[in-house]
Write a protein that binds this ligand. Structure first.
Ligand SMILES: [Zn+2]
Length: 106
């Protein structure tokens, strides 16, 4: 019977996910809220407080992809209808278990 020493280390994994800027390659994109503009049937639609990513160096703005998809679903009159794009997420491969070598009995 062996006692393992207690580790007082705390895993610091809550580091913000920083996306490097594709424009200047120097800055990082930081989450911000901007006003999003889009055209819908000849009508300009503005969406305030839209989640976006802004570069802290060159000011490049990238709108949040999921938010845009959500917005398109809201604005699209054909939302809910099946489209041609049948994007399916492939099932994750399961880690194989078993196949353990037999334990020698003593
Ligand atoms: Zn940049």
């Amino acid at each position: 019977m062996r006692e393992y020493p207690r580790l007082n280390k705390v895993a610091m994994n809550n580091i913000e996910e920083l996306i490097p800027c594709n424009e200047c390659h120097a800055g990082v994109l930081r989450p911000r809220h901007v006003t999003y503009f889009t055209w819908l049937g000849g009508e300009l639609i503005t969406v305030p407080h839209f989640p976006a990513w802004l570069c802290d160096v060159c000011g490049r703005c990238e709108y949040d992809e999921r938010a845009i998809q959500w917005l398109n679903t809201l604005l699209d009159p054909n939302a809910g209808k099946p489209t041609n794009s049948n994007r399916r997420t492939p099932p994750r491969p399961r880690p194989q278990s078993g196949a353990r070598p037999p334990m020698p009995e003593s």
